[in-house]
Design a protein around this ligand. Sequence first.
Ligand SMILES: Nc1ncnc2c1ncn2[C@@H]1O[C@H](COP(=O)(O)OP(=O)(O)OP(=O)(O)O)[C@@H](O)[C@H]1O
Length: 253
Amino acid sequence: MSTTIDISDLILKHRDRAVVDGLSLTIASGEILVVTGPSGCGKSTLLRAVAGLRPLDGGTVTADGAAIVGTSRDRAMVFQDDALHPWRTVRKNILLALQLRGVPRARRSAEADRWIAEIGLDGFGDHLPRELSGGMRQRVQLARGLAGAPRVVLMDEPFGALDAQTRASMQQLLIRTLHAHPATVVFVTHDVDEAVLLGDRVVVLGAAGEPVRRVVDVPRPRQASPANDGARAAVIEALTAHNTLSTPQETNR
Ligand SMILES: Nc1ncnc2c1ncn2[C@@H]1O[C@H](COP(=O)(O)OP(=O)(O)OP(=O)(O)O)[C@@H](O)[C@H]1O
């Protein structure tokens, strides 16, 4: 089961400067909404507000009609940084997420094993994070974020530090996983191809304090170009409208 998120007239400030100024947006239940835009435009700030990790300076953010006033086990965060507990094994990192999301003790062990298999890490359950590659650690982070069926998953450049090949396989893993365990997803990325591959819609924010530049619908079924070429071009056009972001070639790394 997933959740509808309603953002209305949202204002978010840093040191009295509005970073998000009057944003209104509804994220449908089960939708993957990608947020992109120039560096410093407020993507992470917006995500933190939806997570309940920071107060609002105006407007409202609701989840199924209830105001978001703090963190909740229904909403999972997945960051780019390695946020695994370094002293816990892969299995224990996933078990902790299951526990925090309220999965009954009797089911946790089998569920952890299923996640370890799902992310292709059979045989690595007893390894510590430092004994894994960056891509493997990121897979564990993904499992930890999605384990226990959170209704909302908030992802801040989760694959930003990965090489192109690992990134592509993580994107496919995310698509498969969300297919099996639907959630409402807000996914922040700088990468235009990633945005149109993953997103049902792509929101292009303006520079900090500016209005949204564009909301692009991505056609489905989900596949690489040429079906998504129109959406890709629309996102690039909006991003480069004021020449404040890296060029498309740079974003394609
Ligand atoms: N803790 C903070 N204190 C003061 N200003 C901040 C703080 N965090 C962010 N900002 C400012 O708010 C603006 C938005 O930051 P945010 O990190 O949300 O942007 P972003 O779009 O996620 O950037 P990037 O794409 O570079 O990660 C930036 O101008 C940033 O300098």
